[in-house]
Write a protein that binds this ligand. Structure first.
Ligand SMILES: Cc1cc2nc3c(=O)[nH]c(=O)nc-3n(C[C@H](O)[C@H](O)[C@H](O)COP(=O)(O)OP(=O)(O)OC[C@H]3O[C@@H](n4cnc5c(N)ncnc54)[C@H](O)[C@@H]3O)c2cc1C
Length: 370
């Protein structure tokens, strides 16, 4: 049994990669679970990239066109005429991508765990039996705690955070997401309320379960109205290298995740295109270079995170005053890009009045972000 490419991990990124490789290479995917989905994830994906990447329409369960930002004492709203982000059902997304990959020729090993490499082959555990599978190229798409990353000796000093999310019954604005930035409730991250529909929302945060509990109380959502609870983790930082010999890491396994919002699906898929290009050209070593744009976005996100962590709630209130101003909202409403935060920040900092106000709050905001 020998393949051109063996992908370890059938999450959104592994399945997407399989679907775009399967026409040009013999591809197999190994997935530990017996079925797709189940991961803690709000499932919000930028609408423009969703269309550009050709992701399955059937997975979209809601369309979001605006956001309301809340701090401790104020709030402002940004609104677009058309949806800027989609909310997906993860199971449907992952399964549809796997089906697409299989139709293009990929083979799937479900309920199969990658254990390590031996003699150039992947050692798998499949229904109680050991299976050795050989490939010319291996890809670790096995998530944030990647076994493949360990197997190739990839190192990280990233910040790892636990994520907690509930689906809760309530009364929500169907096409607006809420973003709450309040360090009294959570020092580590913002809190979000992302509607599935008018009567149900995904509410979550990163950090601690206590922070989520505090937020649910402040947002007046009853713990007894929760219909689903999930926990997971994210890593903000670098895991290096992304490629060693004939093994590459992709998606959360490579920590290709936005430190600003913890969104990782689009970055992983954009890097899947970079890996495809590198493999097609016969120069897999070019993979990291071809991910240059995503690397820039991650670098920006890490600097943003540093600023956020160093900022007290008083300064967050002052930043809210600036971002809630008519001028800033106009910039956000016309130029913000859901996945390109560098572009969004540049558009805001290009306005002299906004720039001057932000420098007055903290020169480090501008020093770090520009
Ligand atoms: C609370 C929370 C909310 C989030 N919200 C969003 C969001 O709204 N939008 C967004 O874009 N991102 C979000 N994320 C991040 C997002 O979930 C990840 O970036 C995304 O799942 C990465 O996809 P992946 O395919 O790289 O990894 P994963 O989804 O983790 O998939 C990895 C797959 O590999 C399999 N696997 C692992 N080990 C092995 C092994 N040894 N052998 C075989 N298979 C294995 C796993 O079973 C899994 O199916 C959120 C994360 C958290 C924690």
């Amino acid at each position: 049994m020998k393949y051109d490419v063996l992908i370890i991990g059938g999450g959104p990124v592994g399945n997407y990669l399989a679907s775009i490789l399967a026409r040009d290479f013999s591809v197999a995917v190994v997935e530990r679970k017996g079925s797709f989905g189940g991961k803690a994830c709000t499932g919000i994906i930028g609408a423009a990239n969703y269309e550009r990447l050709g992701l399955p329409e059937g997975a979209v369960i809601n369309r979001l066109r605006g956001a309301v930002f809340y701090s401790r004492i104020q709030s402002f709203e940004v609104e677009r005429k058309t949806p800027q982000a989609y909310m997906v059902d993860r199971k449907t997304l992952e399964k549809a991508l796997a089906e697409r990959a299989i139709k293009r020729g990929a083979e799937y090993y479900m309920a199969t765990t990658f254990q390590g490499f031996r003699n150039g082959k992947a050692v798998l555990q499949h229904l109680g039996e050991r299976l050795d599978v050989e490939a010319d190229f291996y890809v670790g798409a096995d998530g944030v705690s990647s076994t493949v990353a360990k197997a190739i000796g990839a190192k990280t000093k990233a910040e790892f955070l636990s994520g907690y999310e509930v689906e809760v019954v309530g009364d929500f604005r169907e096409d607006f997401v809420e973003v709450w930035v309040n360090k009294d409730l959570n020092e580590d991250f913002f809190m979000w309320v992302a509607p599935v529909n008018r009567g149900l929302a995904r509410v979550g945060t990163l950090g601690s379960i206590e922070a989520l509990n505090r937020f649910l109380r402040v947002r007046m959502l009853k713990p007894t109205s929760i219909v689903e609870f999930k926990a997971g983790s994210v890593g903000f930082g670098w895991r290096k290298p992304w490629i060693r010999g004939n093994v590459a890491l992709i998606g959360d396994a490579a920590l290709q995740i936005k430190p600003t919002t913890a969104g990782g699906i689009v970055f992983g898929m954009l890097c899947a295109h970079a890996l495809r290009e590198a493999l097609l050209s016969g120069r897999p070593d070019q993979y990291e270079k071809l991910c240059k744009d995503i690397k820039n976005q991650i670098s920006f996100g890490l600097r943003f995170r540093k600023v956020f962590k160093g900022m007290g709630q008083e300064n967050i209130e002052r930043v809210f005053e600036v971002l809630g101003s008519e001028e800033a909202r106009e910039v956000i409403e016309t130029q913000a890009d859901f996945d390109d935060h560098v572009r969004t920040a540049k558009a805001i900092l290009k306005r002299p009045r906004l720039l001057a106000k932000l420098i007055r709050i903290s020169p480090s905001i501008v020093r770090y972000l520009v």
